[in-house]
Design a protein around this ligand. Structure first.
Ligand code: OGA
Ligand code: MN
Length: 298
């Protein structure tokens, strides 16, 4: 079998075929997939059947260490499984029914419909996210991906120069807070804002990208309203149609994206009628973005 990539969109995303991701990969296979990620930023593996938890975790470990456990917003009845390596991206309660309308996990999960980069609220953010589809609603619930390299490239030179050294503050207090979700004292402490560069340079390709996210709420040294306006402006620019691939899910799909170079968002579906069960593993990028060398405008 040869690994092949078939582009799904003019700038972002490809389908990857010619590799069985449920089995241990050779070093060459892992390197080829990694190179595909560097090029396409989103890879789709259409398998027809979901990976098991162990298979998904093993596949993810080819691309870095898993993220460490962290403070989550849980359903009233607790968690569906006790495995911090596998995030529950579903509307299903631990007892098997759909989450109640006012369940905190449901309300917090609605935040996935805002453009974001996973774990940008952690000092060391995520590298890859891998999402596997187990149960899908009959309509809606696509996931969209925006190419933040194209978003950066297509800025005018003056804007590039002005933002290249900016540092933003990210926190779930900004993203979920904007939706009106109240926090406990413990959460307010755990969710203290972290610093992230606004412009990142990819370690291997040298390409720059905008590191935006719904979690970004402030720019260091700027008045908050002015920062909010600039962040919204950049987000609107970077998520314009030309830079966005929309994934229509099939059961068994595994979609892998690079959180350093993309943002994503879930699209709405009838979550009080239909179950949607996706499961995510996430690798850590290993270093803080503010420890990376400052980007310089090309
Ligand atoms: C995620 C996420 C979007 C979706 O898993 O990180 O944002 O469509 N998912 O469920
Ligand atoms: Mn996400």
């Amino acid at each position: 079998m040869t690994i092949e990539f078939t582009p799904l969109h003019p700038v972002i995303g490809a389908e990857c075929t010619g590799v069985d991701i449920s089995r241990p990969l050779t070093q060459e296979e892992a390197a080829a997939i990694d190179a595909g990620m560097d090029k396409y930023a989103v890879l789709v593996f259409r398998r027809g059947a979901p990976l098991t938890t162990d298979e998904q975790i093993a596949f993810t470990k080819n691309f870095g260490d898993l993220e460490a456990p962290y403070t989550q917003i849980n359903a009233a009845e607790g968690m569906r499984w006790n495995n911090p390596a596998l995030s529950d991206i579903s509307n299903i309660s631990p007892t098997g029914g759909l989450l109640a309308r006012d369940d905190r996990k449901r309300l917090s999960g609605l935040g996935n419909q805002m453009w974001h980069s996973d774990s940008s609220y952690k000092a060391i953010p995520a590298r890859y996210s891998l999402l596997c589809a187990h149960v899908l609603p009959p309509e809606g619930g696509d996931t969209q991906f925006a190419d933040m390299r194209a978003g950066y490239d297509m800025l005018d030179r003056k804007t590039k120069l002005s933002i290249d050294d900016m540092v933003c503050e990210h926190s779930r207090i900004f993203s979920k807070g904007a939706l009106g979700i109240p926090f406990t004292e413990a959460e307010l402490k755990a969710f203290a804002p972290v610093r992230q560069r606004l412009v990142r340079t990819h370690r291997k390709t040298g390409r720059k990208s905008l590191f935006l996210s719904s979690h970004a709420g402030r720019i260091e040294g700027w008045p908050v309203p002015e920062a909010q306006i600039l962040l919204r402006e950049l987000t609107e620019h970077a998520t314009q149609r030309e830079f966005v691939y929309a994934h229509r899910w099939q059961v068994g799909d595994l979609v892998m994206w690079d959180n350093r170079t993309t943002m994503h968002r879930a699209r709405q579906y009838d979550d009080r009628v239909y179950p949607r069960d996706l499961r995510r593993t996430t690798s850590s990028d290993g270093v803080m973005t503010i420890e990376q060398t400052a980007a310089k405008a090309a």
